[in-house]
Design a binder for this molecule. Structure first.
Ligand code: COA
Length: 327
């Protein structure tokens, strides 16, 4: 029996124009460029303009991925958007993206996935399952956020960390090919949700600040959990595929903190030259961070056919996961 595998045939990304540097942040809260850079590796992040929504960034990233894949947009069978900052409570951002892409007439399904910073890996895993099952041939997977809209701009422990952006991939089924997604691994542990959450929401009601909620985090504890989870996910992925560390060509990790990225790279014995790093310029863009970093290394020509690429992410929930791809 023939086997279907999901191959990434195009990547794309989009960042808002506006840059917010550490120096500018230091005028808003009691912090400094030196503190932020030494603890996180972040120098600046992008912030969506007024009237610029998650779907706008998602559509542009999606268009660029579709163009790179050289396919007509209406040949897609499914659109999945990973986001924690949707335009509206409903409809899903994926429905809005479908409309803005001008492909509503195709009647393809479109839905959102919410797994915070691990959202893109979750969306990728779902798309992979649809393709392996033979249900879909071409899937657009997008990670997109306007995280700046759920920040407390007076909380120096969180407002320095996050940024806005979007990244996307087009997946296509390949019959009996060697390339494509080799495996995906997803996890959640809801027992520690108080360590990283928003302080308000739809059902619980408004945050003390009045909005739908802003990010609250015990950074130190989250840091330890992120390191542990990402390292164990890397080990699990190697074992599942019976490959050694040396056989991994590229690491594309979630971009929360350079020290977390370095510890994951160390676990793989991976020199930093083969690790995608955008945290210095993007900050933590949550579900957008992995596809943004992936698009950068793909477009630079550094990822070549045959390379094994490991993606790994960790986020609120806690949720975490990985994907191993043969490029
Ligand atoms: C947030 C993070 C950078 C903070 O670094 P840290 O070394 O853990 O710092 P701590 O939170 O222990 O704080 C140490 C001190 O710095 C202070 N501080 C916190 N933010 C600061 C800032 N922006 N500027 C200056 N000082 C700051 C704290 O108030 C604390 O002061 P105190 O010792 O007088 O109480 C780090 O914990 C982190 O990156 N955590 C993981 C975040 C993450 O990945 N989240 C998303 C997962 S998807």
């Amino acid at each position: 029996m023939s086997r279907l595998r999901a191959r990434i045939i195009g990547t794309g990304s989009c960042l808002p124009e506006k840059r917010l540097t550490n120096h500018e942040l230091a005028k808003m809260v009691d912090t400094s460029d030196e503190w932020i850079f030494s603890r996180t590796g972040i120098r600046e992040r992008r912030i969506a303009a007024e009237g610029e929504y998650t779907s706008d960034l998602a559509v542009e990233a999606g268009r660029r991925a579709i163009a790179a894949a050289k396919i007509p947009a209406d040949s897609l069978d499914l659109i999945i958007v990973a986001t924690t900052t949707p335009d509206l409570i409903f409809p899903s951002t994926a429905s809005i993206v479908q409309h803005k892409l001008g492909v509503s007439a195709s009647r393809m399904p479109a839905f959102d996935v919410q797994a915070v910073c691990a959202g893109f890996i979750h969306a990728l895993a779902i798309a992979d399952q649809f393709i392996r099952a033979g249900t879909c041939w071409r899937v657009l997977v997008i990670g997109a956020e306007t995280t700046s809209r759920i920040l407390d701009w007076q909380d120096r422990g969180t407002c320095i960390l996050f940024g806005d952006g979007a990244g996307a991939v087009v997946l296509e089924a390949e019959i009996d090919g060697e390339r494509g997604i080799l495996s995906t691994h997803l996890h959640a542990d809801g027992s520690q949700l108080e360590l990283l959450l928003t302080d308000g929401g739809i059902s619980r009601g408004k945050s003390p600040q009045g909005g739908l909620g802003v990010i609250r985090m015990q950074g130190n504890e989250v840091f330890k959990q992120a390191v542990k989870a990402m390292e164990s996910c890397v080990d699990e992925t190697l074992l599942a595929n019976n490959v050694s560390k040396e056989q991994i060509d590229w690491l594309v990790p979630h971009q929360a903190n350079i020290r977390i990225i370095q510890s994951t790279a160390k676990r793989l014995g991976m020199p930093m030259e083969r690790v995608a790093v955008t945290v210095d310029r993007h900050g933590n863009t949550s579900a957008a961070s992995v596809p943004l970093a992936l698009d950068e290394v793909v477009r630079s020509g550094q990822i070549q056919p045959g390379h094994r690429v490991m993606m790994v992410a960790f986020g609120g929930g806690f949720t975490w996961g990985s994907a191993l791809v043969r490029w």
